[in-house]
Every structure is written in C-alpha cells, then in structure tokens.
Write a protein that binds this ligand. Structure first.
Ligand code: SF4
Length: 441
C-alpha cells in the first residue's frame, strides 16, 4: 500500500507531515510520488491566506477522476484549513468524494480514522479540540529534512494579531515539558542529526503556561547548548514583544546557537503595528535589534513584512522602508495584505487598493535587494564555518551548505561531506547566496 502527502504552508506543517508519514509507515504504507499509485492521499493544509486555500481546493478537485477510477483510494484532509468552523461541511459539499477530514488537534488519531473509514465505509470527520500534546510528540516520525531535525517545543498562539487566523485554528499556547524537549534533542543528536530547529508559533513565550521559572525559552536554550555534541541549533518563530535580553545574551554566549534571528516586524509604522495588535512600537523593535547587534556583532536578521495593511498611508509605508534599511535584513519575506475571513482586520475601514499595494511591494523589494546584496558581499574573502547539507540540485559536483549566520552557500565537493562541518572561503555572492571553496585545515 502506498501513500502520498501534499504539504502546504509553514515548517510546523512540514514537521506534522513527518509525524503523519510516521503513522502511515507504521501501518506498512510506503511513500510514492504519483497520485495514480497512491492508496491514501493526504492534504496537510494551510489557512494563512485565502489564495492558499483556493490553490488547495483546486488540487483536491483534480482528484475526482482518480477516485472514480479507484473506489478504494482514501482521500484525507487535515491541517489549519480543515480546523476552521464549518469547513468540513463545506469541503464535503464541494468534494463529496473526500473520505477523512481532521484538524490540527487530533493528528495522533490518524490511524484510528483510517481504520474507521475502512471498517465502516463512512466518512470520518473529527476536528475536536483535544489536549493530547504528549501523544503528538511520541508519535513515530518519518524525518525528511536531511541533516536538520525539526522539534516542536510548543503549540498554539495567544497573540491574536488582527490579520492572523492561527490562534483560531491552532488554539492557545501549550508548551512541552522541558525535559521532554531536551531528551528528544539528545536522541536526535545521538542519531547523527547536525542541526536542530526548534518550532513554535512564538518560541519566546515557551514555558509561560508551565508556571515554572526554570522552564523559560532562555533556560531551554541554555540546557540544549550544554549538550556535548557537534551540532547547530536554531529556532522559529520569535515574536519581537517577547524576545528577552536573556535570550539574546544566551545566544551571544552559546556555542551552538545560530547567529541569526528571524524577528518578524510586519510594519515599520507604530500606528500600523497598533492596528495589527502586535504590541510593540517601531522604537521598541529597533531597541531589541540594537541590543542584539551590540551583543552579537556578526548576527544576521530576517523578517516578514505585510504591505498595504488597512489604512497604511505612504508615510507609514516609508516608515517600513526606512526600518528595513536601518536594520539591514539579510532576508525579507514580503506579503501583500489580503483580507482573511474571520479576522479582526477583515472588518477594518481603509482597505488599500491593489495597485497601490503592488507598487509599494515592488519598491520595498527593490530597496531590500540592494541591502541584501551589500550584506552578502561583505562575506567575500572571508573563511566561514559551514554545515554541508545536500548536493547542489543544478551544479554538478557542487554541494550546498549553511553558514552559522544561516546564509546559503555552495562549493565544489564530494557528497560524502554531507552532514559534516567544513571551512569554506567565500569567493563571490549573488543576491543572498554565496559561492566558495573548501579550505583544508
Ligand atoms: S504571533 Fe500573531 S502572526 Fe504569529 S501566529 Fe500568533 S497571531 Fe499569528
């Protein structure tokens, strides 16, 4: 029996698909590439933007023919999209050939859902919000991310940014016990993983629900940094209002934690940040950046920016452009604001027209490209530590790697080096990507 998982959205979903694949492989299913070969096709969906949903709907619609030809094919849908109120009913109305729908809270029950469907031939729909965090983390996992391993440290979000649907579909913050995270990481390091990426919607509020002063994000980082293995450690995502000086100090004094911080600012205008309910000002954000730069001189930053949030004026937009220049991001993930059903921002007056949004996005990308190119050029001539992650998909005889500041780099080398740390001299850069040559020590 064969399975195919189609994953949409963020790293959280990527890792959850690894857990769902783990369940299927435990049930003796093997992976396949083509839909026609599959006995189960699972869509792990994203609800962050309506355009993402439309794309997923189109993909599900394409399976109608396949289901007609193969009555035993099981089509299942899970993830943020199916967790939304009334969505299972709507999905089944639109696509009556779908067999199983479940949400973000009950992925650990996937095996039961499949067995139920097979035994009863009835549709299985379950988006109940159950508290089964321990079950989720003891699920088998089929890891697919090479030398990197994802590790959940918490689930959910308490922040309710006005444009975001995540707190409605992922629930409130729940942290995993610190010892559980540490033992999972240690086990992965024993297995030979060289990079660990901690996952949470807002990792900086890790432990707030545990009521234990020894279970904070900084303490977790310190504990993991003390593990005596050769590895790099990184995390996502950080909320700027919650990142503490203790976390920054921990990164500064650590041996394993990336000198890189993804700190999504979303806008450079305090007025817009207020409407977004981000609960920090432009000044407070810049203060944290300044502190991090003072403690970790080679640190690099990346960020998410939403352009054209309701009421955004040209002046607000220019505040964003100037903040981007002041911080000097190595990488920027830019988005045009689009209404998301069920969010507070959907109802705000002062929606910005699409032409203006597109024009602002283009100007922002132009100014960022120049900055990112300058940042990358500073590496030329330097020798940097690199974790070799993969073979280059296009350049024969070349490898891919990552620097300690999370820059992508490629260089000639043999695939036996994958998973090793090497020294690479940077010879050139193109936008944010570096090219170099291995230096023998
Ligand atoms: S912090 Fe804001 S943007 Fe991030 S998941 Fe929570 S509500 Fe969404």
């Amino acid at each position: 029996m064969k399975y195919l998982i189609k994953t949409y959205g963020c790293q959280m979903n990527v890792h959850e698909s690894e857990k769902l694949a783990g369940i299927l492989e435990d049930m003796k299913y093997t992976p396949c590439e083509k839909e026609e070969e599959a006995d189960i096709i699972l869509f792990n969906t994203c609800a962050i933007r309506e355009s993402a949903e439309q794309k997923i709907y189109a993909h599900i619609g394409e399976l109608k023919k396949l289901k007609k030809e193969n009555k035993n094919l099981i089509i299942a849908i899970c993830g943020c999209m199916s967790q939304q109120k009334n969505y299972p009913e709507n999905i089944l109305k639109k696509f009556p050939f779908v067999d199983i729908i479940f949400g973000t809270h009950n992925i650990a029950e996937f095996k039961t859902f499949i067995e139920k469907r097979k035994a009863t031939k009835k549709k299985v729909v379950d988006i109940t919000e159950v508290e089964n965090i321990i079950k989720r983390d003891t699920m088998p996992k089929k890891r697919t991310s090479g030398v990197n391993a994802w590790v959940n440290i918490m689930y959910g979000c308490n922040n309710f940014c006005t444009y975001c649907i995540v707190p409605y579909v992922r629930g409130r913050e729940i942290s995993r016990p610190l010892e559980d995270v540490v033992s999972e990481v240690e086990e992965l390091l024993k297995q030979g993983y060289k990079q660990i990426t901690l996952l949470g919607q807002n990792v900086n509020s890790y432990g707030n629900d545990l009521n234990d002063e020894n279970c904070t994000f900084a303490k977790l980082l310190q504990k993991l940094d003390s593990l005596n293995y050769d590895f790099w450690l990184t995390f996502m995502t950080s909320h700027p209002k919650d990142i503490s000086t203790e976390v920054i100090d921990t990164i500064a004094s650590s041996k394993h934690i990336f000198h890189y911080l993804h700190l999504p600012v979303q806008s450079g205008s305090t007025q817009i940040l207020k409407l977004m309910n981000r609960r920090y000002t432009r000044e407070a954000y810049l203060e944290k950046i300044k502190y991090a730069k003072s403690k970790i001189p080679d640190i690099e930053f990346s960020s998410d920016i939403i352009v054209g949030f309701p009421t955004e004026t040209e002046e607000d937009f220019l505040d964003t452009v100037s903040l981007v220049q002041e911080v000097g991001y190595a990488q920027l993930f830019t988005f045009i604001y689009s209404k998301r059903r069920g969010t507070v921002a959907e109802k705000l007056d002062g929606q910005v027209d699409l032409a203006t949004k597109k024009e602002r996005l283009r100007r922002l990308i132009d100014s960022q490209s120049k900055k990112a190119t300058e940042i990358a050029e500073k590496y030329i001539g330097k020798t940097v530590d690199v974790l070799v992650t993969d073979i280059h998909p296009k350049k024969k005889g070349f490898l891919l790697g990552s620097t300690f500041t999370n820059k992508n780099i490629n260089f000639a080398g043999d695939s036996s080096l994958i998973g090793q740390f090497v020294k690479v001299k940077v010879l050139s850069s193109k936008l944010t990507v570096l090219t170099g040559e291995i230096v023998k020590e």
